[in-house]
Design a protein around this ligand. Structure first.
Ligand code: FAD
Length: 636
């Protein structure tokens, strides 16, 4: 293999989606020399694919909205398993972050008074999603990239080179974090990152005392997913191998509406905006079935009849919300059940119809990408007829355990934000809360990394040269095996295992079966073989990604087996109820002596002032008797 090139930075940000770019901007603004690394092309990340919008209680469409209501909705959506401090910071700071984005040039859709328009989404009490048609992520990434360029132009004027203080390394994959010391050992800390350039296969060492993980999700471990090729759980796996901990990996969000037909596009997302803008779900009998699936905990907040649900769009003050806008976990399970009961659409989904609800020109205005997607990929005109949709693996709520205020992980020098970080969304994320999460915690991570560096003074941690040699040999190993397995076959087997046995509805014996299959796959992956050479070779790239997919899949399966209750993105057929005792338990994943370990750690309690945002009756549905505030006594 080629020589290894070395680079030296203060902060290395792995990931150039919303979280990574926001963190990098902040680190640079704090005066730190910063690198941003992205596995895909610059600008290609899940953030750019986000359609519906970013949730922030600006109160532009309904002035009753405020951060407390946003906080309450987020905690309800997460079924009271969110890290309360993260949910609080997110609700408080999202409006500022959206306005900052506008200040940097983002052109959001407008209300008739010229303010940033906001749309309805599942689980949000008020219209809250700042959006740009159904292409919000594109505008967000465009704006953040523009801000990067602006900073680079200022650096060009000051230092004579645009990349003097902020440089993007696109199509570069990080395969390992570098440490001073051994993972998990007292005193070990981050010293940088190791990776390769996808186009050439050239190896790179980044020396840096602070690394921010912003690598997004893990969806490629499942067969049917809205996630694209690069989401092999790299950040989660890098963190584990560096000695950091992950939280609650069992919570995986299956979005209720992915395309189901044709097979080549199965899993591609159908935005929740379709339902937010009036779309309804029907089964093969024409029944609007979501009315049959409103759980007790939400019964008071959702309409009981079609008339009331329809009335809500025009008069939300006097009607309750349609059940199509329940949180995603509820809608996904309902669709799954309708199909299982034989009331599905011809291709194994249900019908989502907006054509009978909005005039064609309005659909074209509000949902142009959806119209284009169905016309191009399925030859369906959504202005004239229904779409066929079904659940698709979409988002992971579990992730790196971080300090809410700074994004610091349990390894000094390692930070995480965005989808790769855990805690914020509890057991289920509300739509729109990811884009705002990226901005709020991306910025906080940039600040956290900068202040960590300030605390280090002139010290620079370093990695042993032998470690670099070993990583170089490991990268080359798939070429050196005379025989070995095809990486695509192994990937397909991981995906099938996770889809079939650790999917939307889980059973203990099936998860055990999955763990046995993954164990066998571990040996096979250790002998994976790549053909050809290092010049743009996706088979080789995948052969290096596989161990991340496997590790993350094991973490999800082990945590799913351990949690004996059903909550949010974790449904156990054999433990169908939510348990107030289990709610108090964070499952903490670590890697010890080569294997995944699970520990139970108490969830941070809700502060009394935040608890007051809920009435006691609602709290009683989630909390143990011991956690509940004292009942008010009446004098009479
Ligand atoms: P991403 O935007 O996913 O970026 C990850 C970055 O990490 C990429 O640059 C990738 O190349 C890089 N990377 C990964 N591994 C490595 C590695 N080993 N080395 C180097 N780089 C690496 N959320 C909302 O709030 N509202 C929405 O409307 C919405 N719509 C969505 C629609 C779709 C189709 C999808 C898939 C998701 C949607 N989401 C939405 C979720 C949201 O987009 C994501 O959760 C969010 O964008 C994640 O942002 P991120 O910055 O954490 O990571």
């Amino acid at each position: 293999m080629s020589e290894t090139t070395r680079h030296s930075y203060d902060v290395v940000v792995i990931g150039a989606g919303g979280a990574g770019l926001r963190a990098a901007i902040e680190a640079r603004e704090q005066g730190k020399k910063t690198a941003v690394i992205s596995k895909s092309l610059f600008g290609k990340a899940h953030t750019v694919m986000a359609e519906g919008g970013a949730a922030a209680s600006l109160g532009n469409v309904n002035s009753s909205d405020d951060w407390q209501t946003h906080f309450r909705d987020t905690i309800r959506g997460g079924k009271f398993m969110n890290n309360p401090r993260m949910a609080e910071l997110h609700a408080q700071e999202s409006p500022q972050r959206i306005l900052e984005l506008e200040y940097w040039g983002a052109l959001f859709d407008r209300t008739s008074e010229g303010r940033i328009s906001q749309r309805n989404f599942g689980g949000h009490e008020y219209p809250r999603l700042a959006h740009v048609g159904d292409r919000t992520g594109l505008e967000m990434i465009r704006t953040l990239q523009q801000r990067v360029v602006q900073l680079q132009q200022a650096d060009a004027a000051e230092y004579g080179h645009p990349e003097a203080m902020l440089r993007v390394f696109a199509e570069t994959t990080i395969t390992e974090l570098l440490l001073e010391g051994e993972p998990g050992q007292e005193g070990s800390c981050i010293a940088g990152a190791f990776g390769y350039v996808r186009e050439t296969g050239d190896l790179l060492v980044f020396e840096a005392p602070a690394v921010v993980l912003a690598t997004g999700g893990i969806g490629r471990s499942f067969k049917v997913t809205s996630n694209s090729w690069e989401y092999t759980g790299d950040g989660h796996a890098l963190a584990l191998r560096a000695g950091a901990t992950l939280l609650n990996m069992e919570f995986v969000q299956f979005h209720p509406t992915g395309m189901v037909w044709p097979p080549s596009v199965k899993g591609i997302l159908v935005t929740e905006s379709v339902r937010g803008d009036g779309g309804v779900l029907r089964n093969s009998e024409g029944r609007r079935f979501m009315f049959d699936y409103v759980p007790d905990v939400f019964r008071d907040h959702y309409a009981q009849t079609e008339d009331e649900a329809d009335g809500w769009y025009a008069d939300p003050a006097n009607n309750r919300r349609p059940p199509e806008l329940l949180p995603r976990d509820e809608v996904a399970r309902a669709i799954n059940n309708e199909v299982k009961q034989g009331r599905g659409s011809p291709h194994g989904g249900v019908f989502l119809d907006v054509s009978t609800r909005l005039p064609a020109e309005e659909i074209m205005r509000r949902l142009p990408s959806m119209h284009h997607q169905f016309k191009e990929l399925a030859d369906v005109d959504i202005t004239a007829g229904p779409m066929e949709v079904g659940p698709t693996c979409h988002y992971v709520m579990g992730g790196v355990e971080v300090d809410p205020d700074t994004g610091a992980s349990t390894v000094p020098g390692l930070f995480a934000s965005g989808e790769v970080a855990g805690g914020m969304h509890g057991s289920n994320r509300l739509g729109g809360n990811s884009l705002s999460d990226l901005l709020v915690f991306g910025r906080r991570c940039g600040l956290g990394a900068a202040s960590y560096l300030d605390g280090l003074g002139d010290e620079r941690p370093a990695t042993d040269a032998e470690v670099i040699d070993r990583l170089s040999r490991e990268a080359a190993a798939p070429f050196e095996r005379e025989s070995g397995e095809n990486p695509y076959q192994l990937q397909q087997e991981i995906q099938q295992t996770m889809n079939d046995l650790v999917g939307i509805i889980r059973r203990g014996n099936e998860i055990e079966q999955a763990l046995e299959s993954l164990e066998k796959l571990r040996e096979r992956i250790a002998g994976v073989r790549a053909e050809g050479d290092t010049i743009y070779n996706p088979g080789w790239h995948l052969s290096l990604d596989l161990r991340n997919m496997l590790l993350v899949s094991e973490a999800v399966a082990k945590a799913a087996l351990e949690r004996e209750e059903s909550r949010g993105g974790h449904t156990r057929d054999d433990f169908p109820q939510m348990s107030a005792e289990w709610r108090r338990v964070n499952l903490v994943v670590s890697l010890r002596e080569g294997g995944i370990r699970l520990n139970r750690r108490p969830l941070d309690p809700l502060r009394p002032d935040l608890m007051e945002l809920f009435d006691r009756e609602e709290l009683g549905k989630y909390l143990t008797e011991e956690e509940l505030p004292p009942a008010e006594r009446s004098d009479g």
